[in-house]
Design a protein around this ligand. Structure first.
Ligand SMILES: Cc1cc2nc3c(=O)[nH]c(=O)nc-3n(C[C@H](O)[C@H](O)[C@H](O)COP(=O)(O)O)c2cc1C
Length: 333
């Protein structure tokens, strides 16, 4: 399948992986690149002076086919400068004012992706010369900027983008979602939760299994995991930490069960406290089960932990079949 996304980036599939915290390891991003797709890694959790040493193995493993993601709630100029010096060619931004970062990345010849709140930011993205707009629907997993569900938001953002390719994010986990996104004007999908439950993501198995098990009522939009990033809505699966907070009557920040407890002291990292924003990862030890299980409504569609290759091939093949047969299909309805 060819779209503006696959043609510009030389991909075999119109699908890329969202950053998944420390789940986006070099081997995870390498598996995506090997399969003919690519993924993003967030720089948020990397200390400024460690960005180079964390990116080097990723650059080697992927031969440069990956992107970095900057959350603009903090000053990210040094992190971006380091990534660009190392030759990173794809930069994604979201949350905050991206103008300066877009020009810094464009000057270095990188492609820029901006995950927008809605049509106003999409118009601004076009003015700034952003290469790809990511339209996040509110049903997405992880932190949320999209202001409405994808079905109604994507066409509005596509119109505002006025020719800039748009990637659809939120609620897409199979060929039906990809076909719908393409029909609504997207050039591809930016998927997160589906890749959490991939064999290769560097995330605890129990977290992956909870994505497979989750139904709509297990998912929650909240600002609960606010350690390091307050007042930022995110979607998670209810786990032990969420259940204890709900059982205590949903007290405000500062008065929650186990507030301030150190839940893990991983090697070479700062201690992790309860309610910290960090995605649980494989190196976190047993405390992974207390961290935020970021996941979107797309979890309801996911019924197995699959290899990346199969996720990409099956999703694309099914979308192609649906798009080819949709008129025949309608005759039987
Ligand atoms: C585990 C996880 C971590 C995420 N971390 C980030 C991040 O650091 N930066 C970002 O731009 N988006 C992040 N997201 C949000 C995704 O970019 C995307 O909008 C979302 O996953 C789309 O919805 P889906 O999960 O239903 O596919 C994250 C999502 C998940 C599931």
């Amino acid at each position: 399948m060819e779209t503006l996304l696959t043609k510009s980036l030389g991909l075999r599939f119109p699908i890329v992986s969202a950053p998944l915290g420390r789940g986006s390891s070099a081997s995870y991003l390498g598996a995506l690149a090997d399969a003919g797709s690519m993924g993003f890694v967030a720089l948020l959790h990397m200390k400024e002076d460690k960005v180079a040493s964390e990116l080097e193995p990723i650059i080697q493993r992927t031969a440069g086919r990956f992107g970095v993601n900057l959350t603009l709630v903090a000053d990210q100029r040094r992190r971006l400068a380091t990534a660009l010096e190392l030759g990173v060619k794809n930069v994604s931004v979201w949350q905050g004012v991206p103008d300066e970062y877009v020009s810094q990345a464009k000057r270095a010849g990188a492609n820029v992706f901006w995950t927008v709140r809605g049509p106003d930011e999409a118009r601004r993205a076009r003015e700034l010369g952003v290469d790809f707009i990511v339209c996040q629907g509110r049903e997405a997993g992880g932190h949320l900027v999209g202001e409405a569900p994808l079905m109604s938001w994507l066409p509005v953002v596509v119109d505002a983008a006025n020719g800039v390719p748009v990637l659809a994010a939120g609620g897409i986990a199979d060929g039906r979602g990809l076909a719908a996104a393409l029909a609504l004007g997207a050039s591809g999908a930016w998927m997160g939760t589906r890749f959490v439950a991939s064999e290769e993501s560097n995330l605890p198995d129990g977290y992956k299994r909870s994505v497979v098990k989750a139904t709509a009522s297990d998912l929650l939009e909240t600002t609960l995991f606010d350690g390091g990033w307050p007042d930022s809505p995110h979607r998670v699966i209810r786990n032990e930490t969420v259940a204890a907070w709900e059982a205590a009557g949903c007290p405000p920040s500062g008065a929650r069960p186990g507030e301030g407890d150190i839940i893990a002291t991983p090697v070479d990292e700062d201690p992790v406290r309860r309610y910290a924003v960090s995605t649980p990862w494989s190196g976190m030890g047993e405390a992974w089960s207390l961290g935020p299980f970021y996941a979107g409504m797309s979890a309801t569609l996911i019924d197995g932990i699959l290899p990346i290759r199969e996720i990409l091939a099956r999703t694309t093949r099914d979308a192609e079949a649906i798009l080819a047969n949709v008129l025949d299909h309608l005759k039987t309805r």
